[in-house]
Design a binder for this molecule. Structure first.
Ligand SMILES: Cc1cc2nc3c(=O)[nH]c(=O)nc-3n(C[C@H](O)[C@H](O)[C@H](O)COP(=O)(O)OP(=O)(O)OC[C@H]3O[C@@H](n4cnc5c(N)ncnc54)[C@H](O)[C@@H]3O)c2cc1C
Length: 360
């Protein structure tokens, strides 16, 4: 054993980093281990950038939500609201420029837009019909004024740097982390280092399932593909949407960042063509001027069957999970980190996000 960090987090994506931040703020000695050579190189790499508590309902759901699904979504939306407040102050602290508030959502017709608004109101999310026909798209839409947006990977990289400066240890390029369950705690081996670790937080996104399986814990996460492409902003086009526009039909978004436009999303879509075709219909004036993408990416969302994250203890003492955030990981990262730190350090209970497979 070469050193004795107090809490080890496996995964330097948005969830692992925000968990590290919350624990470090409470004076915990934190080590973050990641298989990749740097932060945010998994699913947190090029997402749509929407901080959208408005999307708290499961995207796997079809039809009218049940009472239980509404309850779950209400809890997720509340965590999203808490997370957004925390994320915004963190973005400010890390000197990210403020962005216009809101996310716009396109619906096939006014009836469905109205129905979506009613549903959101029942989850305590503000929503209204968006009637500004001057936008570069001319669609039936509603706006969620309490949503917002920012570049998730840029934030994650800045946060990792900030955490390093505050004494959090990072072990990147760790390859496959090896566990050994001992009588009292765990020993971890990664990147030719070994240390005793207790507690451990698994925040390894879609790979959390494999890690837990090695400890005989069964956790189901469905990997749901999505794609993204970045474009240079077209010069002399002065009608760029100020906030992200999300299309319900294709589960995709068009987001304008400081220096780029991103078309991204899709639910179980691994190629860009269907997204481009859809966005050419929605905003032809803009999309036909984008030219070739600067970069493209395919990501895999960790989606829990319950449509909400697992922020929880497990059946093994000292082993915690913070994963399964699906299409909501950027929105929920700061709140999830805070919540798990309160659970570990203060014994706070959060049954609405518990991992209920203790018996496995
Ligand atoms: C196309 C797309 C668009 C999206 N848009 C949005 C959006 O607009 N708003 C929103 O809120 N969310 C969005 N999301 C979802 C969000 O990006 C994810 O929920 C979030 O990135 C998940 O973060 P994570 O930290 O759990 O996982 P990851 O970012 O994947 O981090 C897990 C880390 O664990 C590491 N790891 C895995 N296994 C091991 C191991 N054995 N040993 C060591 N390290 C390991 C990985 O290398 C990785 O760095 C989108 C997702 C996609 C794909």
């Amino acid at each position: 054993v070469t050193d004795t960090p107090k809490i080890t987090i496996i995964g330097a994506g948005l969830i692992g980093l925000c968990t590290a931040d919350a624990l470090a703020l409470r004076g915990v000695n934190v080590t973050v281990v990641d298989a990749k050579p740097g932060p945010c190189q998994g699913t947190s790499f090029a997402n749509s950038g929407m901080i959208h508590p408005s999307q708290a309902l499961s995207w796997d759901m079809s039809g009218v939500p049940t009472k239980a699904e509404l309850e779950t979504a209400r809890a997720t939306a509340a965590l999203g609201a808490r997370s957004k407040t925390r994320l915004e102050s963190k973005l400010e602290e890390l000197r990210f420029p403020a962005r216009p508030p809101g996310c716009i959502q396109i619906h096939p017709d006014i009836e469905r837009a109205q129905a979506a608004i009613e549903l959101q109101r029942s989850l305590n999310v503000r929503a209204e019909i968006c009637v500004d026909r001057k936008q570069s798209f001319d669609q039936t839409a509603c706006i969620f004024p309490d949503d917002s947006s920012a570049d998730a990977r840029a934030f994650g990289c800045a946060l990792a740097e900030d955490l390093s400066a505050r004494g959090v240890q990072f072990i990147y390029g760790a390859g496959d982390v090896d566990f050994d369950v001992r009588k009292m705690g765990y020993s971890l081996t990664a990147a030719r280092r070994a240390w005793a670790a207790d507690p451990i937080v698994i925040a390894a996104g879609v790979h959390s399932t494999e890690l837990l399986a090695r400890l005989d814990i069964v956790m189901t996460l469905n990997p749901v593909l999505g794609v993204s492409a970045d474009f240079q902003c077209p010069v002399d086009f002065d009608d760029l949407p100020p906030c992200p526009i999300m299309d319900v039909q294709s589960r995709s978004a068009l987001t304008v960042f400081e220096d780029r436009i991103r078309i991204s999303g899709g639910w179980n879509v691994g190629t860009l063509d269907p997204l481009f075709a859809r966005w050419r219909e929605i905003a032809p004036g803009l999309v036909n001027r984008l030219g070739e993408p600067l970069s493209t990416w395919v990501g895999v969302r960790p989606v829990s069957p319950l449509g909400r994250p697992y922020i929880s203890a497990t059946k093994l003492p000292g082993l915690w999970v913070n994963t399964g955030h699906g299409h909501m990981g950027w929105t929920l990262c700061a709140g999830s980190g805070d919540l798990l730190s309160e659970m570990i350090l203060d014994g706070r209970l959060a049954p609405q996000f518990s991992f209920n497979e203790f018996a496995s």
